[in-house]
Design a protein around this ligand. Sequence first.
Ligand code: PRP
Ligand code: MN
Ligand code: MG
Length: 179
Amino acid sequence: MHEDIEKILITEDEIKAKVSELGQKITRDYKGKNLMLLCILKGAMMFLADLSRAIELPLSMDFMAVSSYGLSTTSSGVVRIIKDLDYSIEGKDILIVEDVIDSGLTLSYLRKVLLDRKPASLGICSLLDKPKKRRVEVPVDYTGFVIDDLFVVGYGLDFAEKYRNLPYIGILKPEVYKF
Ligand code: PRP
Ligand code: MN
Ligand code: MG
């Protein structure tokens, strides 16, 4: 285990099992549709890579980079689009793939922006959900794990851009981010 991690919250095996379960559900629900996975960089990249391989359907993928946290541990509430989509989403069944929903600010902003572009449908799939931190409601269609308000890293999730490569989701030791 990484020396900055206090405890593993979700193991690599638990993530694998959940991703496969979500992949099967999405496969059933999106059969015959024009599915496009929309990965929200950077946090969702691991989840996108694994989830997309658990979906047994033809699909396309695109990427958006937004940032609300920057280098801090709490959301600033200001969402910036750093990289937009490459193509139009008109008529496509878009499934947003996120690593975590916290305040909900990132997704509620993105939903507004994307709905204006007239997709056939717009769904949300998030590996983690922290409902206690919610400041605005967002309709989540697929959730991996509901967790408490803990600062977690790994499997795409960072603190100051570090720890994204950990294969599990762990709780950071307080001394690493409190000074
Ligand atoms: C994190 C996380 C979600 C968002 C959730 O991204 O990956 O995208 O914040 O927070 P919210 O529900 O309070 O808006 P971050 O802005 O840290 O960028 P990153 O994915 O590049 O780490
Ligand atoms: Mn993110
Ligand atoms: Mg981040």
